[in-house]
Design a protein around this ligand. Structure first.
Ligand code: SF4
Length: 652
């Protein structure tokens, strides 16, 4: 038996290090690798399920082609030649950007980016901009700080107060929880702000339950109380910040009662929250994705960032506004990774506006689409429109392990390798600063190929000599893409195999108070809520908020493969909702929004706020698909999907 070091490639904050025990080319056990200090030897249920997915009898083991509406298994050489010929034909008859590219982070890894290098060398294709996950918050942090950098998890132990705002680490960032528990034992206030009384809220010392759409108002109310009482850092705002006077003028002009009324809290509760935050320096804010999944999502996060600056909690141990963390990406040569300079077009679409793009600019232009590492039919908002738009594209190729809802609508599906069948390097661009080597644990299942091999075969068929010369093999690709890392630590690719490496130098971001903004200072937002979008008109007909959250046992839609066909998705609401709509726990109800309707099973949950229905995201079409209810649209910053701007009603 041998022990293989690998890791979890899912789109998760943590990137767990994994040990796989392998005997006769068969994995007999997987467990968390205790040598990795952050993920510390334990996995969540999603990580454990990798083994099931690896072995699943439903895994695709041959390229599939749709012929007269039926799926037919075809040999690889046929798939490569037909797809390659079509790519050549489309480029010759139209342009390379008549091909559209769609990817998410369903399976991370440096080598997985070879598709971008391929399509850029092909001439450049129509690329997505914006994001379904964290785009508005990321853009907001870049506006204010000049970059998105997080405090090291260990640094949270220096905080007197930690505010977890719109994040549920118990489900989505499990390895943050031991730090929170330890901090709590040390006497740190653990404060949760959320729409839902989550498992994280239940372990907190304080919980503030707010209304949907109100994160920005809560931040402004806190700021107003701090400014009125003079409880803020004049040193930081005078020396290290830009736009403070304009920010203060706007907040001063606001009526406290009016902004507090939007939040669902009382003035006294917000004063208590201010006391926990501004009087308990150092204090950290750990932000989740929740507050930025609105049309005003960028503004919401900028207003929360401003609290960090106002309180003087930026650049100090135990402080910060921690959101995503792209520090480790400094170890990657993005140009080599994607060969971006080879593209001869900058054609792009905003990801959460895919249906709108396809009914306007893309209608005549787009002749083909490649989808990889994702299942956009059920992950994108507004499923009905996404299906309509996707179906109209004449040539559709999907790379996946399974026949997902997106794969079902394609013309070709190419089966690719699983993390346990690959050698690669992974990192989290969202939380910690580790780079993790993943060793191949078992040989690839017969019939599947890695993305690197698939794109190399296509390039050979298409005689793309530039691509083949630049990226002749996986080792060359990794050496080029990881050149900054190898230079920094003065090692070769062979020498870093088996290693888990932390990029040092960012445990406390912005300590030198030199920010990456145009002014070189922290930049305060100048808030203008009068220009923001709210769901007021829609509420007359659809009075309930529909909020989708991460399931505890699946990363988005990935683990819904096993849900029974026809099983209805659960929606959760409290007693008040049940009473108002005359429904009971277990009732089958139809939930309708302006975009569509789905059948669901209602479950009582007193942890959910007033006039809210909550469902897990990820349900497939065989289980109704909850994104049939959500709307297309993009946030004020970062092209973020506005999942939380979804109003609905119930029909029993
Ligand atoms: S999903 Fe996240 S917490 Fe779970 S095993 Fe993977 S990296 Fe770890």
């Amino acid at each position: 038996m041998k022990i293989v070091k690998t890791s979890c490639p899912l789109d998760c904050w943590d990137i767990c290090a994994i040990e796989a025990a392998v005997e006769n080319d068969c994995i007999v056990e997987v467990r968390g690798d205790a040598e990795q200090p952050i993920t510390n030897g334990f996995l969540c249920v999603k990580g454990v399920k990798h083994l099931e997915r690896l072995r699943s009898p439903e895994r695709l083991t041959s390229p599939m082609k749709k012929v007269k509406g039926e799926w037919v298994a075809i040999p690889w050489d046929q798939a490569i030649s037909e797809i390659g010929d079509k790519l050549i034909e489309i480029k010759n008859e139209s342009n390379s950007d008549a091909i559209m590219y769609y990817a998410e982070s369903g399976h991370n890894g440096i080598l997985k980016n070879i598709d971008q290098a391929f399509f850029n060398t092909y001439g450049g294709v129509t690329m997505p901009q914006g994001n379904l996950c964290f785009g508005a918050g990321f853009a907001a942090q870049c506006e204010d700080f000049g970059n998105a950098l997080s405090h090291d998890p260990e640094d949270h132990l220096n905080s007197k107060t930690i505010i977890i705002w719109g994040r549920n680490p118990v489900t989505t960032n499990l390895h943050l929880v031991p730090y929170l528990k330890k901090a709590k034992e040390q006497g740190t206030n653990i404060v949760v702000i959320d729409l839902i009384e989550t498992e994280t809220a239940q372990m907190a010392t304080h919980f503030f339950q707010i209304k949907p759409e109100s994160d920005g108002f809560l931040a402004m109310a806190m700021a107003k109380i701090m400014l009125e009482s003079g409880n803020y850092s004049t040193d930081f705002v005078n020396h290290n910040a830009e736009n403070f006077a304009a920010y203060k003028e706007k907040i001063d002009a606001m009526d406290l009662d009016s902004i507090v009324a939007k939040t669902g809290l009382t003035v006294d509760q917000i004063r208590q929250l201010v006391a926990l935050y501004a009087d308990q320096k150092p204090a950290a804010i750990i932000l989740g994705y929740g507050p930025q999944r609105y049309r005003n999502g960028g503004n919401n996060v900028r207003l929360i960032n401003a609290l960090g600056a106002l309180s003087g909690n930026i650049g100090i141990a135990g402080g910060g506004v921690t959101y995503a963390n792209i520090f480790v990406l400094q170890w990657v040569d993005g140009d080599f990774l994607s060969n971006s300079q080879a593209a001869k077009t900058d054609s792009a679409y905003i990801k959460p506006l895919f249906p709108e793009y396809m009914s306007a600019a893309g209608k005549e232009k787009i002749k083909g689409i490649f989808v990889t590492k994702s299942n956009p039919i059920v992950q994108m908002p507004n499923t009905n429109k996404v299906i309509e738009a996707f179906t109209k594209i004449p040539f559709k190729v999907v790379l996946d392990h399974f026949m997902t809802d997106t794969a079902q609508l394609a013309d070709y599906v190419l089966p690719c390798t699983h993390i346990y069948e690959e050698e690669d390097f992974l990192h989290s661009a969202m939380w910690n600063s580790y780079f993790i080597y993943t060793q191949r644990a078992v040989a690839p299942r017969a019939g599947v190929k890695s993305e690197f091999e698939i794109y190399t075969l296509l390039a050979k068929h298409m005689q793309m000599s530039e691509f083949l010369e630049k990226y002749p093999n996986e080792k060359t690709y990794l050496e080029g893409a990881l050149a900054p890392l190898l230079k920094d630590i003065n090692m070769t690719l062979d020498e870093i195999q088996g290693k888990r490496m932390k990029k040092e130098g960012n445990d406390i971001p912005w300590q030198d108070k030199k920010f990456g903004t145009p002014s070189g200072k922290f930049e305060f937002i100048v808030p203008d809520p009068g220009s923001w979008f709210f769901d007021e008109e829609i509420k007359a007909s659809y009075p309930l908020h529909f909020i989708t959250i991460q399931p505890p046992d699946s990363l988005h839609s990935q683990h819904f493969l096993d849900r029974v066909e026809g099983q209805l998705p659960f929606v959760y609401g409290n007693q008040q909702v049940a009473k108002d709509w005359r429904i009971q726990d277990g009732d089958e109800i139809t939930v309708a929004s302006p975009e569509g309707k789905i059948k669901t099973l209602f479950k009582l949950n007193e942890g959910i706020g007033e006039n809210i229905l909550v469902a897990y995201n990820g349900w497939w079409l065989k289980n109704q698909g909850v994104n049939r209810l959500t709307s297309s649209g993009a946030s004020d910053l970062g092209g973020q999907a506005i999942f939380n701007n979804c109003m609905c009603k119930i029909n029993k």
